[in-house]
Structure formats: C-alpha cells, structure tokens
Design a protein around this ligand. Structure first.
Ligand code: ADP
Length: 272
C-alpha cells in the first residue's frame, strides 16, 4: 500500500463529509489481493509490536486510538487482528457502554478523561465520547441544545490531550448497508455468534439514515489537524485491518521514538 493511498482516507479538516461519497467496498489503496494483504498485515504486526515496546521504554508519548462504527462494522475484530502481536501489558482496551447513574450525573467527558493513556501507554477506545453525539442524538437521550455544544467541547478536549503529549488517531469503520445486513443475519444463523446479537442492532439498523447523518456531522466537525478522522472502508475485513494497521504504524513511526540511553550513573556499572 502506498503512503498516498493511506492518506486518501483522511478526512481533511474543514471538509463536509457525505458518506455516500465514501465507498465501503473500496480496496484500491492496495495493489495486491487478500492473501498479500494478510501477509502485509503480519509484517505490520511485527513492526507495531516493536513500536509499542519503544513507546513504553521511551515513556514520553501517549497514544489514543478511537474506533467508531455502526453495529457489525468490526470494532472488535479490528482490535483483535491489528493488535494481536502486541504485548498485552502495553495496550489497554476501553469499551464504552451505556453510562452508569454516577457517570450520567457528571459531564459526558468525565468518564472518558479518566481512561485516556498515560505516558508510555497505548489505549484503544472501543466506542468513545463520540457516542455522546451519536447514539445520544439519534435516541434523543439529551436535548438538542445540549449535544450540539458537545462538538466544540470534544475538539477542545482532544486539543488538551494533544498539547500535553498524547497522539490521537480516530477511525470510523465504514460498513455498507448490504454488508451490515449480511453480518447481522449471520449472527442469527450461527450458534457461535448468537451471543453477539442484540435486539437493539435491528432497531438501530432501521435508523440507518439518522445514524449516517449523525456520523457525517461528527466527521465534518471533529476532524481536526491535531486529531484527524480516517474513514476506513470496512466491507472487506482484511482491507479494513490493513488500513488501520498501516495508519497506526505510520503515526508511531512519525513520533521518532528512541530507546533511552543508559543513565550516566550506570555507565561504569559491571554485572559481577
Ligand atoms: P458493542 O455493540 O460495542 O459490541 P455493547 O453491545 O455492549 O457493545 O453495546 C454498547 C452500547 O452502549 C451501545 O449500544 C452504545 O450505543 C451504548 N453506549 C455507549 N456509550 C453511550 C453513551 N454515552 N450514552 C448512551 N449509550 C451509550
């Protein structure tokens, strides 16, 4: 996959996103076929593991990866595949579900801020603060006057994180309507997948247009120079994983991390 083609999926800050202009079937960023894509992903996994160790060792940067997408877009699968080679001690996954009563009694970023990565750490958000302008908007859980103010709060919150040394990368896993139908049907047909099925998936599917509009606003209003969104074509799982993996590896490479030198006081140390 060429650098230019990964960039292709970046939402340029300030551009209005129309999801029907983004093809969820796209695989054009990679010249090879699926098997070659998988091999490339294996190579990237090795590199990602090295970079994660470096991140931990250097203890200077923090990395936050945000994964959003409609039901069945593959947030769990992406985490499993892209991070399978990484030391589990160095990466933390946080899944955001419906807020508890205590969380609801605070501002929407309260629970989120508590989970952001520390220096040396990489944290993957499976859903995130963006639910507070997505499901909350579509299901009318708070008044419009409340959620409309949240985009600015989110941009400022992410700006704060970045100013203080966190790198933020956000992925919208873009699955098509037909492909979602196939995946949800599979959950009802395969006993090993029943556990994944939620009645709410069908209810939300009926609100496809409302979710698409909410996502378009998110991608339009919150792709910033400091915390950009990438729209990842996700109908083909191998390609989705490849785009995410490539972007994360490039982002970490861009941090130009170094192993810390041996402190001066140990330079003459000898192990007896
Ligand atoms: P997933 O669908 O991600 O595999 P779950 O089945 O546990 O995981 O679903 C989590 C649910 O929590 C989703 O329906 C999501 O919309 C909801 N949720 C997450 N954050 C919020 C929030 N801030 N307010 C309301 N609902 C939320």
């Amino acid at each position: 996959m060429r650098e230019g083609n990964v960039k292709h999926y970046l939402v340029r800050p300030g551009t209005r996103v129309r999801l029907d202009h983004w093809d969820p079937n796209d695989t054009s960023g990679f010249e090879g076929v699926k098997d070659e894509g998988r091999k490339e992903l294996d190579r990237l996994s090795v590199r990602l593991a090295e970079l994660q160790e470096l991140l931990y060792a250097e203890h200077r940067h923090a990395v936050l990866v945000v994964l959003q997408g409609l039901d069945s877009a593959g947030k769990d699968g992406t985490i499993r595949r892209v991070f399978e080679g990484v030391n589990p001690q160095g990466v933390r996954v946080v899944s955001f579900r419906e807020p508890s009563a205590l969380e609801r009694d605070h501002d929407f970023l309260w629970r989120v801020h508590a989970q952001v990565p520390a220096k040396g750490e990489m944290v993957l958000f499976n859903r995130s603060h963006y639910e507070d302008v997505l499901v909350v908007r579509v299901h009318r859980l708070v008044p419009q006057s409340v959620w409309t103010r949240r985009y600015q709060a989110i941009n400022e919150f992410e700006r704060l994180l970045v100013n203080e040394g966190t790198t933020v990368v956000k992925f919208f896993l873009h699955v098509g309507r037909g492909e979602q139908r196939r995946r949800l049907s599979e959950r009802l047909a395969d006993p090993t997948k029943y556990w994944k099925f939620r009645g709410s998936d069908l209810a939300d599917r009926r609100r496809w247009g409302a979710f698409a509009a909410a996502y378009e606003d998110v991608l339009t209003k919150t792709s910033t120079p400091w915390a950009p969104w990438y729209i990842v074509p996700s109908n083909h799982k191998w390609f989705r994983d490849l785009v995410v993996s490539r972007r994360i590896v490039r982002t970490l490479d861009g941090l130009r991390m170094r192993y810390p030198p041996l402190p001066a006081r140990y330079r003459s140390a000898r192990v007896s």
